[in-house]
Ligand binder design. Structure first.
Ligand SMILES: [Zn+2]
Ligand SMILES: [Zn+2]
Length: 136
């Protein structure tokens, strides 16, 4: 299985092979700030399955669990492309909205439901975690 995608202006392209380990909606405040929306939807892949063409800019910050979270975006148009956390080494989150098609990898859970805005509540019918799901 291969998924292709690009940022809004087309300067950054992504190609992903294989199936995601999981995919999720994230309602954390950082996702809200960085998108200007109520949540960001990600699919999580082994880092070596995600191939990027083009230049990405990166913003790194601490999470409330003490991990380092870095968000990559197109420096030209600002589209969010990737997310990586030191708490999940080797895992790359790809923003679902940049993919050409993603119906087959729809999120199956919601993160940071406690931060969800009244006007953007977690999707019903899938598990919603107050923060992140417990580590295995
Ligand atoms: Zn762009
Ligand atoms: Zn988030």
């Amino acid at each position: 299985m291969t998924h292709q995608g690009s940022c809004q202006c087309g300067a950054v392209n992504v190609e992903i092979t294989g199936e995601p380990a999981m995919s999720a909606h994230c309602h954390c405040l950082d996702c809200q700030k960085s998108t200007g929306a109520g949540h960001l939807s990600f699919a999580f892949y082994p880092a070596d399955k995600v191939k990027i063409t083009g230049e990405l800019s990166r913003y790194t910050s601490k999470t409330d669990q003490g991990n380092t979270m870095s968000r990559s975006f197109c420096p030209v148009c600002g589209s969010r492309v990737l997310g990586e956390s030191s708490g999940f080494p080797g895992v790359t989150g790809v923003a679902l909205g940049i993919l050409d098609s993603s119906d087959d990898i729809a999120p199956t859970m919601s993160f940071y439901a406690k931060r969800a805005r009244k006007w953007d509540q977690p999707v019903e019918g899938i598990p919603a975690f107050d923060e992140l799901p417990p580590h295995e």
